[in-house]
Design a protein around this ligand. Sequence first.
Ligand SMILES: Cc1ncc(COP(=O)(O)O)c(C=O)c1O
Length: 369
Amino acid sequence: MKVPFIDILRYENGFYETVVKQTADLIKNGHFVGGPIVGQFEKNLNTYTQAKFSLGCANGTDAIQVALRAAGVDKNDKVMIPDMTFWATFEAVVNVGAIPYTLDVSRETLHLTLAAVKEGVEKFNPKALILVHLYGWACPETLEIRQYCKEKNVLVIEDCAQAVGTKINNESIIASAEVATTSFYPAKVLGASGDAGGIFSKSEEVIKTSKILLNHGRTGHYDHGLIGWNSRLGAYEATFLDLALPHLDAKLESRRATCEHYRNNIKNPALKFIAPASNVWENGYLSVAVMDPAARPAFIEYLKAHDIGYGTVYPGAMSEQPGAAAHLGGKITHGHADWISKAVINLPCFAYMTKEEVAYVVNTVNAYK
Ligand SMILES: Cc1ncc(COP(=O)(O)O)c(C=O)c1O
């Protein structure tokens, strides 16, 4: 049996046909950029995430850039980010002219801790923090970090690219954030058929400014109040996403069940599965385990030999990327992000995996010696 790391083509019955029909309508009606479907998707997304205000944009990296600018991050401002994240978090800071500072993450939870944020604030005196929620989880100390940053006047922008549908204390992580962003890259839990992203906020001001920034700084059709750029969500992607949204809960349930099944049924001592904190409701984006870094290459070869796909999300710390050196303002490291990058292993996890596929992965990994 062959089990890929991810298969994004398991559409629900009738989904493909409806997308094709509605795409044909868009072309007939000349709705290419904007049009009613973009507003409709934004409204439905707002209802799903329970955010106060939601906006679509071109991709998850732009979403962070727009949000940083709209929240008030300016040229040469210091912005702290976790050392374990996707490169876009780092890039976004540099692209808005600010300076990234990396903080180490916990070896146990793989996320930032309140203690790490405190140390960073005291050492760097930053303008903002990008709090990243990885693997479909939420950073366990999110509420404490938000509160502390509020007291210290540090802006918090939350990168929820992997956390659509994730909850903390029974509340949508996106809704409870002051400013949050996401990605609808096809492999995400709510994936478009190309690039797309979203920006969310409790502040009407942040959303108003975001809307201007992502549409050429427009304050009128030919009035440009700000230097923005073009990061509009296209009508086609909005159509695809709006049709995918009603299926999202079923997809998350399916993914969560796989993550839980692995944690409960893979007993091989070579792998240590990590679960989100008990107050976090995961969306099942990724299954996460760690293993002895020296043992990982052989295990990967074993997976390959048995036709099982895998991930190593992420295989390097941000501060160690070749592109980082010229821009990094400073870092606090205890070697954890670096260790995680060599120890992490992700088993196949995607919506609508079959029982047979999951069982094959479990049995194959349990048989590994
Ligand atoms: C944590 C994180 N931040 C940002 C992004 C960037 O999103 P996009 O690829 O849509 O630009 C991604 C997605 O790849 C991500 O996983």
